[in-house]
Ligand binder design. Structure first.
Ligand code: SAM
Length: 278
């Protein structure tokens, strides 16, 4: 059967596959497909979340740049991310504790069952604590502090809408340690310009340092996809390639997309994106 993602009424992108699982959970309509070119694919409310064949680009870019630029990340909070791909990459670093706050436990359960290639052993690692809760509510009430906060959420619809609000970002600022960094996806730089512009603006009012990184991820339609990072005291553009190389060697980091040159290159923005955020 064909799966179509329709970002707008005039755009429909299709991938053919077999639907292996389908469920309307308390929060969203979840499906797992098996496809010829992208392997298994998770969709929520008609939007592609991740696929076995291109997830590495997104998950590596969501994690390694912030974990490597932070001087000593020990405690990491992931909001969303129920497929486990981001946690799998975080665990390659010398972190002590990773909290995964996912609103829908059924996404975690189904990922363990159908997306083993993506989550690996992330959910059974002793350093990982799974909390089933709304990320916005968790961040408002927690007394814990974190070095890194990663918002691995879908687009701003349904339960994820609140994860794009000013209050949510202000609360993230409060739970970050003094050298803390947060990162989130902010959509296609062509098809979701407003999402990038608005979130960049909001974050710039709260954090002294904000950066935009880009990467092309085939199943996230619309050309260059954007990631927004914000930091309390580290200039995210002040990038020392040798220092990062040293850290990569020290932890014997193995990746499929990320490397120090990609890190640096992802910060170089085409003119249309520079204009968008200026
Ligand atoms: N990489 C994906 C993307 O950009 O489309 C995101 C993948 S991950 C599966 C997104 C997860 O965020 C989903 O499992 C969803 O249940 C979770 N989520 C949505 N809203 C949330 C909220 N308010 N708090 C915590 N998790 C949330």
């Amino acid at each position: 059967m064909w799966f179509y993602e329709s970002l707008y009424p005039d755009i429909k992108i299709g991938i053919k596959g077999n639907c292996l699982y389908e469920k309307k959970t308390r929060y969203q309509n979840m499906k797992i497909y098996s496809t010829a070119r992208f392997g298994r694919m998770l969709t929520l409310d008609g939007a592609i979340q991740t696929t076995e064949k291109d997830e590495f680009i997104y998950h590596e870019m969501l994690t390694h740049p912030v974990l490597l630029i932070h001087p000593n990340p020990k405690k990491v909070l992931v909001i969303g991310g129920g497929d486990g791909g981001a946690v799998r990459e975080i665990l390659k670093h010398r972190v002590e504790k990773v909290y995964l706050v996912e609103i829908d436990k059924e996404v975690v359960d189904i990922s363990k069952r159908y997306l083993k290639k993506i989550c690996g052993n992330a959910f059974s690692d002793k350093r990982v604590k799974l909390i089933v809760d709304d990320g916005a509510r968790f961040i408002q009430k927690t007394k814990e502090k974190f070095d890194i906060v990663i918002v691995d959420s879908p687009d701003p619809i349904g339960p994820a809408k609140i994860l794009f609000s000013k209050k949510f970002y202000t609360n993230i600022y409060s739970v970050l340690n003094s050298k803390g960094i947060m990162i989130r996806q902010s959509g296609s730089t062509v098809l979701q310009k407003e999402e990038l512009r608005t979130n960049y603006k909001i974050l710039s009012k709260i954090f002294p340092y904000v950066s935009v990184q880009i990467a092309a991820i085939p199943t996230y339609i619309g050309g260059f996809f954007s990631l927004l990072a914000a930091s309390k005291s580290i200039n995210l553009y002040d990038f020392d390639i040798e220092k990062v190389e040293k850290k990569i060697k020290k932890i014997k980091l193995t990746t499929n997309y990320y490397n120090s040159h990609i890190h640096m290159g992802s910060l170089l923005l085409p003119t249309y994106i520079r204009r968008l955020i200026s």
